[in-house]
Design a protein around this ligand. Structure first.
Ligand code: BES
Ligand code: ZN
Length: 461
C-alpha cells in the first residue's frame, strides 16, 4: 500500500460515523424519477448532492437542467498531465410499491447485520456516495486527486434515460475525458468481486386496448362486444411461444450468435441454479431452451410483461365488460439488435394480431442501447488489480442482464472506453422491497476507487 493510500485509509477509519449519517440523509430523499409527484424530491436530491460535492472541494458544481430531471455535474481538473475520468451514476430510484412488503419504510434507512436497507441503498445512491467519499478522502488528506475527474450524476436512469443523450450532446464541450467509470452494477453470486463487460439494452412500451366508452353489463352485452381485457390477453399470448422464445417476426434477426469462445467464457462461471430458484422462491427457473442461465441473462433478448391492468380489481365480483385494458411490455436487447427496430416490430405484430372490435394503441416509452466491452483494456486490468487488493479476490467478468443506457452513449457519442466497476451484493433486492447495500462492499468500494485513481494517475497504459 502506498503512503498516500494509508493516509486515505486512516482518514476513512476515523470518519465512518459521519459517513453513515450522511449516507442515510441521502437515502431519506424519495427521489423516484418515474412518478411526477416526486418532482420536487428529485430537485431536493440533486441539490443535496451538489452541496456535498461543493463542500468537499469539487469545482464547477452545477445542477444542470434537462427536459426532465436535472443532471448533477462537477469536476476537479487540477491533476496536470494525469488522465481525466468521467464518473457516472444516478441519484434517482425505482418506485417502492408494494409498500407492505418493506420491513421498514423505504425512505427510512435501517442499519442491521452489516447492511443498510433503503430504496437506493445499492442502486444507485450508495454507489454515488462512495465515489464522493473516495474523492473526499483524497482531498482532505492530500489536497488533491491523483487524476482529473468529471462527475455526471443522472436523475432519469431508472426512467430510461430519456433526456440524457440530449444533455450529453449539449454538454459535449465540457465532457472531454479519457475513460468513463460507471458504478451502477455489482458483484457475482457469493459476493465475488466483478467487472461488468456487457449490459443489455431496453425497449419499453405500453399497449392500450380500448372498447366501449364505459364499462358495460356483461349479461346484457357479453357475447356481443369484444372484451378489451380478453383482447389484451390474446395479444400478449401472441408475443411469446410457450417455451419463452419471442415470436414477433424478425425479433431475432440481428441477434449475434454466441461464439464457441463466448460460450466457454459463460461456462467457466459456476452458477447455482437451484440456489437462485430458492432465493427468489420459484418452483423452477424458466427460459429459452438451449442456453444456460448466464447466457440467457447476458446474451439473449427477452420480452416481458411488466404490468397489466384493466377492469374490476376490487373485492367480490362485478359483472362488467371493462371499457379498456393496458399492459407495460419491455424487451431486453443484445448485440446487434436495434432498439427502435425492435419497437417497430413489436408494435406491428401487436397490431397485426389484435382481435377485431377494439382499438389498439402501442406507445413507445423508452429505448436504451446494449453495450459490450473487452476485458483487456489497461483501465480494466487496473480496476481488477484494485478490487483484488481491497477484497482479497480477483474479479470475474460478467455480461449482465440489466441496462444502463448511458454506458453505450459514452462510447458512441464521446468515444470513451467504459469500465463498469460496481460494488453491490448480488442479492441486493434492487427494484424490490427491502433493497440493501452491504456495508463491507460500500466501504471496500470507497477504498477501491481511491486506489483506482492512484493507479490511473500515470496513464491508461
Ligand atoms: N443498476 C441497474 C443496471 C444493472 C442491473 C446493472 C443489473 C447490472 C446488473 C440500473 O439502475 C437499472 O436498473 N437500469 C434500468 C434501466 C432501464 C430503465 C433503461 C434497468 O435495467 O431496468
Ligand atoms: Zn436500477
Amino acid at each position: 500500500m502506498s503512503e498516500a493510500i494509508s493516509q486515505v485509509e486512516a482518514y476513512l477509519e476515523r470518519t465512518a460515523t459521519e459517513r453513515m449519517d450522511e449516507y442515510q440523509a441521502f437515502l431519506r430523499i424519495p427521489s423516484i424519477s418515474a412518478l411526477s409527484e416526486h418532482a420536487t424530491d428529485m430537485r431536493i436530491a440533486a441539490d443535496w448532492l451538489a452541496d456535498q460535492m461543493r463542500d468537499i472541494g469539487i469545482e464547477h458544481v452545477e445542477v444542470s437542467a434537462t427536459r426532465g430531471h436535472p443532471v448533477v455535474y462537477g469536476d476537479w481538473l487540477r491533476a496536470d498531465g494525469a488522465p481525466t475520468i468521467l464518473v457516472y451514476g444516478h441519484y434517482d430510484v425505482q418506485p417502492v410499491d408494494p409498500l407492505e412488503l418493506w420491513v421498514r419504510p423505504p425512505f427510512d434507512p435501517r442499519v442491521e447485520d452489516g447492511r443498510i436497507y433503503a430504496r437506493g441503498a445499492a442502486d444507485d445512491k450508495g454507489q454515488i456516495h462512495l465515489h464522493i467519499w473516495a474523492a473526499r478522502a483524497w482531498l482532505e488528506t492530500h489536497g488533491r486527486l491523483p487524476v482529473n475527474v468529471r462527475y455526471v450524476f443522472e436523475g432519469e436512469e431508472e426512467s430510461g434515460s430519456v433526456h440524457f443523450d440530449e444533455w450529453l450532446e449539449a454538454n459535449r464541450h465540457r465532457l472531454g475525458a479519457d475513460l468513463a467509470v460507471i458504478s451502477d452494477s455489482g458483484f457475482y453470486q457469493g459476493n465475488v468481486p466483478a467487472i461488468t463487460i456487457g449490459l443489455r439494452g431496453l425497449m419499453y412500451a405500453q399497449v392500450d386496448v380500448t372498447g366501449p366508452s364505459q364499462d358495460l353489463h356483461s349479461g346484457t352485452y357479453g357475447g356481443n362486444v369484444q372484451n378489451p381485457a380478453n383482447a389484451l390477453a390474446a395479444i400478449l399470448a401472441g408475443l411469446r411461444a410457450p417455451d419463452g422464445s419471442v415470436v414477433v417476426p424478425g425479433f431475432y434477426d440481428e441477434v449475434r450468435d454466441l461464439s464457441e469462445q463466448e460460450r466457454a467464457e459463460f461456462a467457466r462461471l459456476e452458477f447455482d441454479e437451484a440456489g437462485l430458484a430458492r432465493e427468489i422462491d420459484v418452483p423452477a427457473l424458466f427460459g429459452e431452451p438451449g442456453f444456460g442461465v448466464l447466457e440467457r441473462r447476458g446474451a439473449r433478448p427477452t420480452l416481458d410483461v411488466n404490468g397489466l391492468w384493466g377492469g374490476f380489481q376490487g373485492e367480490g365480483s362485478k359483472t362488467i365488460i371493462p371499457a379498456h385494458a393496458h399492459a407495460k411490455v419491455s424487451c431486453r436487447l443484445v448485440p446487434d439488435m436495434d432498439p427502435r427496430r425492435t419497437f417497430d416490430r413489436v408494435r406491428d405484430h401487436v397490431l397485426a394480431i389484435a382481435p377485431s372490435g377494439v382499438r389498439v394503441d402501442v406507445q413507445l416509452i423508452s429505448l436504451g442501447m446494449w453495450s459490450l466491452t473487452g476485458i483487456d483494456h489497461p483501465a480494466t486490468r487496473a480496476a481488477a488489480k484494485c478490487l483484488e487488493d481491497v477484497f482479497g479476490q480477483s474479479p470475474v467478468y460478467l455480461r449482465e442482464g440489466g441496462s444502463i443506457p448511458a454506458a453505450a452513449s459514452f462510447g458512441s457519442m464521446l468515444g470513451l472506453p467504459v469500465v463498469l466497476l460496481g460494488f453491490t451484493p448480488p442479492d441486493d433486492h434492487a427494484h424490490s422491497p427491502n433493497e440493501f447495500m452491504t456495508l463491507a462492499n460500500y466501504e471496500g468500494g470507497i477504498r477501491t476507487i481511491a486506489r483506482y485513481w492512484e493507479a490511473l494517475s500515470t496513464g491508461l497504459g
